[in-house]
Design a binder for this molecule. Structure first.
Ligand SMILES: [Mn+2]
Length: 340
């Protein structure tokens, strides 16, 4: 049943030439962001399945080591071919989803920064920090997920949504809104989700994969993150850490770090949650979450990162200890400045 709900009040309208440009691609490569999450993968795969290449499926860019164990089910469902260096050369266009900046695109490093080489990039995203790096850009920073935007593009194109595409998009919306629980859960997300369920989205299976399918290594890493959680600033800031040795000791890799920030974030009364993870020795990744609309993006940006107003991150040089010593005082200052 087609959904005709497209209220003008929901964020930015789809650019007039977006679907038109998408329909001209014959050898597209679909791209997401580094360390892809469920929203990124769901959006990528839904685009690739909806707009196949001439004579075969569209190629998706997922360099080795990109997929977390937890989300491998999405790649297994779709079984799309991965883009090789030759596919990048042969491509006549690129579709980037859920990716704020061109350097964040998850493409093989050997391709260098010039992979688009004059060919059009369509950029569909919901990050405030998006740099409009495409030839066609649709950035709706009010949207709770990129998958909601991809859903709207597919509906605008009048291409069909089968059970698989519906499941991928539903997983993206569910995941980026944290099970429809964040303030970014607009009614448009719920309308989209309802329509996707009508199209056959596998709600129970997705819930099980996203919420109730931890592997033993992930479970062990969570135990470390619980153990390392600290509360400072009179209970207003919670943070936790996992060093490179702790991540590998649990049997995980940096690709397994995705929503563990939810552990310190789950504490009652906290205003900012931070997770420090050393995915590579000497490189510490920082995830920041602000509750009650507290902006953490400026902090992440000042540290060379980006993201959304209340969910942002950065990667900084140094060990966990060095990163904690540097960042936690900034976080506390951020809250103190807010009180003035
Ligand atoms: Mn997203």
């Amino acid at each position: 049943m087609p959904n005709t709900i497209e209220p003008a009040s929901f964020g930015e309208p789809i650019p007039a030439n977006l679907v038109e440009t998408l329909e001209t691609f014959r050898r597209p490569v679909v791209i997401g962001h580094v360390r892809p999450d469920a929203d990124c993968l769901g959006s990528m795969f839904a685009v690739a399945l909806t707009w196949p290449a001439e004579g075969g499926p569209a190629k998706v860019s997922l360099p080795d080591g990109s997929l977390s164990r937890r989300l491998a089910f999405m790649a297994d469902w779709t079984d799309l071919p991965l883009a090789t260096a030759e596919d990048f050369v042969a491509a006549d266009g690129f579709i980037a989803v859920d990716t704020a900046q061109k350097p964040r695109c998850n493409v093989d490093r050997s391709l260098g920064g010039g992979w688009a080489d004059g060919r059009p990039v369509i950029n569909i995203d919901h990050h405030t920090s998006n740099t409009n790096f495409g030839a066609v850009n649709w950035v709706d920073a009010q949207a709770g997920s990129a998958a909601e935007l991809v859903y709207r593009v597919i509906r605008a194109s009048e291409r069909p949504i089968d059970s698989l595409v519906a499941s991928l998009l539903y997983a993206g919306i569910h995941s980026d809104t944290v099970g429809f629980s964040l303030p970014t859960t607009r009614s448009s997300a719920l309308h989209a989700a309802a329509d996707l369920v009508d199209c056959g989205a596998r709600v129970a299976e997705i819930g099980e994969h996203l919420c109730r399918s931890q592997s033993k290594p992930e479970f062990d890493l969570n135990r470390v993150i619980y153990d390392n959680s600290r509360v400072v600033a009179d209970g207003r800031v919670a943070y936790s850490t996992a060093s490179y040795a702790e991540i590998t000791g649990a049997g995980c890799t940096s690709a397994d770090i995705d929503d563990q920030i939810s552990i310190p974030r789950s504490l009652q009364g906290i205003e900012i949650a931070v997770l420090f993870t050393e995915g590579r020795p000497g490189k510490t990744r920082l995830n920041l979450r602000g509750e009650s609309g507290i902006n953490v993006l400026d902090l992440a940006t000042a540290l060379g990162g980006g993201g959304h107003a209340t969910a942002a991150g950065a990667i900084i040089d140094g060990t966990i200890e060095q990163a904690v010593d540097r960042v936690i005082p900034l976080v506390i200052n951020r809250l103190d400045a807010r009180q003035d």
